[in-house]
Design a protein. Structure first.
Length: 123
Protein backbone atom coordinates (compact mmCIF):
# COMPACT_ATOMS: atom_id res chain seq x y z
CA UNK A 1 0.00 0.00 0.00
CA UNK A 2 2.99 2.35 -0.09
CA UNK A 3 3.41 2.34 -3.87
CA UNK A 4 1.23 5.39 -4.52
CA UNK A 5 2.36 8.90 -5.40
CA UNK A 6 5.47 10.10 -7.19
CA UNK A 7 7.71 7.20 -8.26
CA UNK A 8 10.58 8.78 -10.20
CA UNK A 9 13.50 9.71 -7.91
CA UNK A 10 14.08 12.99 -9.80
CA UNK A 11 10.46 14.06 -9.24
CA UNK A 12 10.41 12.83 -5.64
CA UNK A 13 13.12 15.38 -4.84
CA UNK A 14 10.89 18.29 -5.82
CA UNK A 15 7.52 16.85 -4.74
CA UNK A 16 6.00 18.50 -1.68
CA UNK A 17 4.68 16.47 1.22
CA UNK A 18 1.22 17.63 2.29
CA UNK A 19 0.78 18.81 5.87
CA UNK A 20 -1.79 16.60 7.55
CA UNK A 21 -3.91 17.84 10.43
CA UNK A 22 -3.87 15.97 13.68
CA UNK A 23 -7.14 14.79 15.10
CA UNK A 24 -8.84 17.68 16.89
CA UNK A 25 -6.82 20.43 15.20
CA UNK A 26 -8.54 23.03 13.08
CA UNK A 27 -6.83 24.64 10.10
CA UNK A 28 -5.74 28.24 10.53
CA UNK A 29 -8.14 30.56 8.69
CA UNK A 30 -6.68 32.31 5.68
CA UNK A 31 -7.58 35.85 4.73
CA UNK A 32 -6.37 36.29 1.17
CA UNK A 33 -8.72 39.16 0.38
CA UNK A 34 -7.07 41.83 2.51
CA UNK A 35 -10.42 42.87 4.00
CA UNK A 36 -10.58 43.26 7.77
CA UNK A 37 -12.52 40.23 9.13
CA UNK A 38 -13.18 41.10 12.84
CA UNK A 39 -16.62 42.30 13.88
CA UNK A 40 -17.29 45.67 15.49
CA UNK A 41 -20.20 47.67 16.91
CA UNK A 42 -21.74 50.36 14.73
CA UNK A 43 -25.01 52.24 15.27
CA UNK A 44 -25.88 49.81 18.05
CA UNK A 45 -25.46 46.63 16.00
CA UNK A 46 -22.62 44.15 15.54
CA UNK A 47 -21.32 44.26 11.96
CA UNK A 48 -18.35 43.01 9.93
CA UNK A 49 -16.99 43.07 6.40
CA UNK A 50 -18.08 40.25 4.11
CA UNK A 51 -14.89 38.16 3.89
CA UNK A 52 -14.22 34.87 2.13
CA UNK A 53 -15.98 32.48 -0.20
CA UNK A 54 -18.09 31.01 2.62
CA UNK A 55 -19.72 34.34 3.43
CA UNK A 56 -20.11 35.23 -0.24
CA UNK A 57 -21.84 31.90 -0.84
CA UNK A 58 -23.89 32.07 2.36
CA UNK A 59 -25.27 35.50 1.54
CA UNK A 60 -25.58 34.95 -2.21
CA UNK A 61 -23.50 38.04 -3.00
CA UNK A 62 -21.53 38.37 -6.25
CA UNK A 63 -18.27 39.14 -4.37
CA UNK A 64 -16.67 40.54 -1.20
CA UNK A 65 -18.81 43.66 -1.00
CA UNK A 66 -20.81 45.26 1.76
CA UNK A 67 -21.07 44.99 5.53
CA UNK A 68 -22.72 41.95 7.15
CA UNK A 69 -25.06 42.62 10.08
CA UNK A 70 -24.43 39.96 12.75
CA UNK A 71 -26.66 41.15 15.62
CA UNK A 72 -29.42 43.75 15.78
CA UNK A 73 -30.68 44.79 19.23
CA UNK A 74 -34.36 45.80 19.10
CA UNK A 75 -33.72 49.31 20.42
CA UNK A 76 -30.77 50.12 18.09
CA UNK A 77 -30.65 52.72 15.29
CA UNK A 78 -30.04 49.88 12.85
CA UNK A 79 -33.28 48.15 13.89
CA UNK A 80 -35.16 51.46 13.62
CA UNK A 81 -34.02 51.65 10.00
CA UNK A 82 -35.44 48.19 9.23
CA UNK A 83 -32.28 46.11 9.20
CA UNK A 84 -32.29 42.49 10.31
CA UNK A 85 -29.70 39.95 11.33
CA UNK A 86 -27.65 38.67 8.34
CA UNK A 87 -28.59 41.59 6.08
CA UNK A 88 -25.69 42.97 4.04
CA UNK A 89 -25.53 46.77 3.89
CA UNK A 90 -24.57 47.88 0.36
CA UNK A 91 -25.47 51.60 0.52
CA UNK A 92 -26.49 54.21 3.09
CA UNK A 93 -28.53 57.11 1.70
CA UNK A 94 -27.27 56.35 -1.81
CA UNK A 95 -23.59 56.25 -0.75
CA UNK A 96 -21.77 53.03 -1.60
CA UNK A 97 -20.85 51.07 1.54
CA UNK A 98 -18.26 48.49 0.54
CA UNK A 99 -16.57 48.15 3.93
CA UNK A 100 -16.74 48.94 7.63
CA UNK A 101 -14.65 52.04 6.99
CA UNK A 102 -17.36 53.38 4.67
CA UNK A 103 -20.13 52.51 7.15
CA UNK A 104 -18.34 54.27 10.03
CA UNK A 105 -17.76 57.34 7.83
CA UNK A 106 -21.47 57.56 6.89
CA UNK A 107 -22.58 56.84 10.48
CA UNK A 108 -20.55 59.78 11.82
CA UNK A 109 -22.11 62.10 9.24
CA UNK A 110 -25.67 61.25 10.39
CA UNK A 111 -27.25 63.21 13.23
CA UNK A 112 -28.16 61.01 16.21
CA UNK A 113 -31.92 61.40 15.64
CA UNK A 114 -31.80 60.96 11.86
CA UNK A 115 -33.17 58.00 9.96
CA UNK A 116 -31.30 56.78 6.92
CA UNK A 117 -32.23 54.77 3.87
CA UNK A 118 -29.96 51.73 3.68
CA UNK A 119 -29.84 49.52 0.61
CA UNK A 120 -29.46 45.94 1.79
CA UNK A 121 -28.94 42.51 0.30
CA UNK A 122 -31.25 40.13 2.10
CA UNK A 123 -30.33 36.59 1.15
Amino acid sequence: MDQFGVQWPKLKQIARTPELLRLGEAPAPENKSGRDPPSTASLGATVKNVVGLGEISGTGLPGEIGVLVLQVPQCSRVAANGLRQFDVILEVDGKKTDSLRDLHRWAHELPVWARCSPTVWRG
